[in-house]
Structures are given as C-alpha cells and as structure tokens.
Design a protein around this ligand. Structure first.
Ligand code: ADP
Length: 494
C-alpha cells in the first residue's frame, strides 16, 4: 500500500511543481489524476486512521486544485479580453463564440488534457489561441466519456457540429457520412507535424495479420481472445467483476511473435492499430515524447475501437528512481500512467466502439516499473515454439519456396529446439538462399544478371536446412529462460 501512495503522491508533486511554473493546464491534469487515484486508494483502505488521514489530505488538495483552476480561469478571461481588444477580423462571428467560452491560458508547449472527442470544442484557429476548457461537469468525465449517442456515424457528425466550426467544416456537419468515408483525426489545436508523423508511422488501419499467420501460441491466442477480442465483441458481458483488463502485457524472449500477436489482435477485432516502440518514443521523438503519448491516446480514442501496442515497454518504463531514469523519461512515464487510467475508465464505457485496449510487450519484464506492471493487469508468457509450432513456422515461412523431395519439415523442426520464431525465420531465409548461392558461385555480376528467372528458384534441400541451422545461432539462452520462468511465477497472471 505504501508504494501505492508514493506513486499517487508523485502526481501531487508534479501538480504543485507545474503550478509553480505557471503551467496550470498541466497542473490541473496532475491534480485530477491525484484526486482520482486518491479516491481509489481510499476505497480499498481498511485502516480507519489511515483512511482519515488520506481523507484530510484529499480535501486539502481538493481546495488547492480549485484555487489553481480559479487562477487558470482568471487567466483565460484575461486572454479572451486581450484577444477581444486585438479584434482579429478573420475570425468573424466565430470569434464571439470563443470569447464567451471558458478558456484556459495555454503554454504553447503544453497540450491541454485530452477530452473525449464528443466534448472537445474545435477552435478553427491554429497557433497559440487557447482552446475552450471543458465545462465543470465535463472535466471529471474527461476519460470516462459516456457517449450521448453510440453510433459511430454520429460520432463523426458530432465532431462536425462542434461550436466554432465554420465554413466547410460547418457544411461537413450537415453532410451525412457515407459508407466508406474514412474518419480523419483533426489536427487542429495540436502540433500538425506530430499528428502527421503519428498518422504516417504509428497508425495502421489494418495490419493484416491473421491468427492463421501466427504459428503455435495457441494458449496466448486464447488468452488474448478472451482478454482483448471478446470485450470488443460482446462488451455487455464484460461488466462489473468481469470488466476488461486495463492492459495486457506480453512477456517473453525476443522474436517469439509478440508483435505479430498484437497485430493479430488488431486484425481479428478490426481495430485501429497504434504500433509504438518505446525506443522510438525516446529517441525519434526526443523531447516530444510526453506530447506524443497524450496525442497517441487521444487519437486512439478518436479512432476507437483501437489497440495501442507499446513494444519494448521496459525501455521507457524502467524502475522509477533508478539511476538511468531521466527527468524526461519520468514525465513520459507519468503521462502514460495517467492515460492508462483514462483507458481503464473507457473500458467501463458500454459502447464497444469507444474501447481502447493497451497491449504491451517486453523482453525484460524484470526491468519494468512497478506502477506500470500493476496497470498491465494481465501478464502472459509468450514462449519459444514447441516442436509442432516449429514445424508450423517452417511451413508458414516456406509457403513460396520450392522444396526438394528429400525435405522433411518435421525432422527439421526437431533439430531446432530452443530456436525462437525469428531464429527459425532466419534459418528459412538462409536455407532458401543456399541453392542460389551455389548457382552463382564464381560468376561475374554480368553472368549473374544473365541467369534465367526459372533458375532463381532452385529447390531447397534438406542439406540446405542443416547448413543454415549451423549458421544461425539460438538467440535465447537457458539462463534467460530460467529468468522468465521465475518472473512469471512471481508476477504472471496465467
Ligand atoms: P517479438 O515481438 O516477440 O520480438 P516478433 O513478433 O517481432 O517477435 O517476431 C519476429 C519475426 O519472427 C516475425 O516477423 C516472424 O517472421 C517471426 N515469428 C516469430 N514468432 C512467430 C510465430 N509464432 N508465427 C509466425 N512467425 C513468427
């Protein structure tokens, strides 16, 4: 319980720190996170003294939060006033709508908390013009969006008819979305480049990996089916005690098919797939990671039902307070925790079209931050392939490769004990190249170019497989396997 409180308290520290720096928008998000989590903590605490203590702290922080919100409100009024006196004719009558709304001051570097799409106003003004704050009654339901209308088609219509829309967007609102119309996330109010990058590199509308493309892993598929796919198909069943898991963590050696499984889940449920690796988060998006996490979840909510897959989650969520933990990574982690709590709220929403599922994978579960581990409630092990699985993997990999009559895939599979799926793919790739390598040995580039196409695909023989196997080493050691086993017996949930 101590660790729980420490983690919750972290939000309060951040809330106060952000307020002191004048970043009220961010501060308010942390305050909300703190109050929400504190409430949860109090619900499970038995010790009356402790409960009382927490209660006092909560009400003190609650009034602090109100004060910060007041400052935020005052500043937003000042902003509207000054904007009013600047009179930007371009905004026309729409501008009046804005000056009437509650608007927080915005630090251009800090994004506002994500609001449900249907509640989110859409200022048709880019740049530093502040966005309208959610109404008081809406703020607490920030993550628990209860749609007024469940139809996905209406989802788009609501977006189109938000206050502040003008011109073509206004007309869009009247236009009924047609079959085949693709929903497109509106980058307004966000960093347009970041949205574009995310759409390009991270959103996959259809990853096109079916269960049948994934060898073996019967147990994992069954568990994912139950943990992720079914709640999307029959949300009504997954209520109360049967509520869906907040998140699912796939643990196992590298190259065992964790990413494939995530893609399989997205394909099988027809959800939008957000594929993000933590390494990319920390390097490619350096400095933007926090924003990216927030945007990622906001987009996932927009494109819901969605699956967010966070690969190598250990690299972003290593243990808190460890020496390798930088300030930036700590902030990203906190943001991820807040967003995941938001997703948990969304899981309770009845409408399956709004569900966002978080799937994560790690090869190093022992490095995982405890707070995050707890949020990834379902933890499943993705093992090395069994003998039958290895044979299936060979068949999948060699679908288009002509084989010599002497090839016995079951016998090849028997020799590959301890090889991961990725290792086996490498063996196949190498074996499939052998005959061609032999064919071109000693030839000049010109002679190689002149080889007729029919000779490109000479059959792969049993000997080719054995030779390839000698070249490709197992990437997982017995010691590693022991470590996974130990971790799973302590923290696994299967
Ligand atoms: P992980 O995410 O566990 O590191 P991946 O899902 O990225 O592993 O798998 C790497 C590659 O290995 C895949 O692209 C695929 O070629 C192969 N592979 C691994 N496991 C399987 C499997 N069960 N079925 C089919 N291919 C697999």
């Amino acid at each position: 319980m101590g660790a729980d409180f420490e983690e919750v308290y972290e939000n309060l520290k951040q809330a106060r720190e952000q307020a002191l720096f004048g970043k009220y928008d961010t501060s308010v998000v942390y305050y909300q996170g703190f109050l929400q989590q504190m409430q949860k903590l109090m619900n499970v605490i038995r010790d009356p003294e402790k409960k009382n203590e927490y209660q006092k702290l909560r009400s003190k922080v609650s009034s602090e939060y109100e004060q910060v919100k007041d400052i935020q409100k005052t500043l937003s009024c000042l902003t509207s006033e000054s904007r009013f006196s600047r009179q930007q004719p371009d905004y026309g009558s729409q501008f009046d709508d804005y000056s009437r709304q509650e608007e927080p001051t915005r630090d251009p570097d800090v994004w506002p908390p994500p609001t449900p799409v249907e509640n989110r106003p859409s200022p048709n003004i880019r740049g530093n013009v502040p966005r309208a704050a959610p109404k008081k009654s809406e703020s607490s339901s920030r993550y628990r969006s209860k749609p007024s209308n469940n139809s996905p088609a209406n989802y788009g219509q609501q977006r189109g008819s938000r206050p502040g829309d003008r011109g073509s967007r206004g007309q869009q609102a009247k236009k009924k979305p047609e079959e085949g119309d693709e929903k497109k996330f509106d980058p307004q109010g966000h960093d347009k480049d970041l949205v574009e990058n995310l759409e390009r590199d991270i959103v996959q509308k259809n990853p096109n990996v079916h269960w049948s493309d994934i060898a073996d892993l019967v147990e994992a598929k069954k568990l994912l089916q139950e943990a992720v796919v079914l709640p999307l198909i029959i949300p009504d069943f997954f209520k109360g005690i049967r509520r869906p898991w907040k998140g699912v963590l796939m643990v196992g050696p590298p190259g065992t098919g964790k990413t494939l499984l995530a893609k399989g889940v997205a394909t099988e449920c027809g959800t939008t797939f957000f594929n993000i690796s933590s390494a990319a988060l920390t390097s490619k998006w350096h400095g933007e990671s926090e924003k990216l996490v927030r945007l990622l979840f906001e987009m996932a909510r927009f494109y819901a039902p969605s699956t967010i897959f966070i690969d190598e989650i250990d690299s972003i969520c290593s243990k808190r307070g460890s020496s390798s933990e930088h300030e930036a990574s700590r902030r990203v982690k906190s943001e991820l925790l807040i967003q995941m709590d938001g997703v948990a709220g969304a899981c309770e929403v009845e409408d399956s079209t709004k569900i966002v599922m978080v799937l994560a994978a790690t090869n190093f579960p022992w490095d995982l931050d405890e707070a995050l581990r707890r949020r990834l409630e379902k933890r499943i092990y993705i093992p090395l392939p069994t003998e039958k699985g290895r044979e299936e993997l060979l068949k999948i990999n060699l679908k288009e490769v002509p084989l010599a009559p002497d090839v016995d895939l079951a016998a090849v599979a028997a020799t590959l004990d301890g090889y991961s799926g990725a290792d086996i793919t490498n063996v196949c790739r190498d074996a499939a190249m052998m005959s061609f390598r032999r064919r071109i040995r000693g030839l000049s580039p010109e002679e190689i170019r002149n080889i007729p196409k029919e000779e490109w695909s000479l059959p792969t023989s049993m000997e080719d497989f054995l030779e390839a196997k000698e070249k490709v080493n197992k990437s997982v050691s017995a010691d590693d396997l022991k470590k996974y086993k130990e971790w799973m017996s302590e923290f696994g949930s299967v």
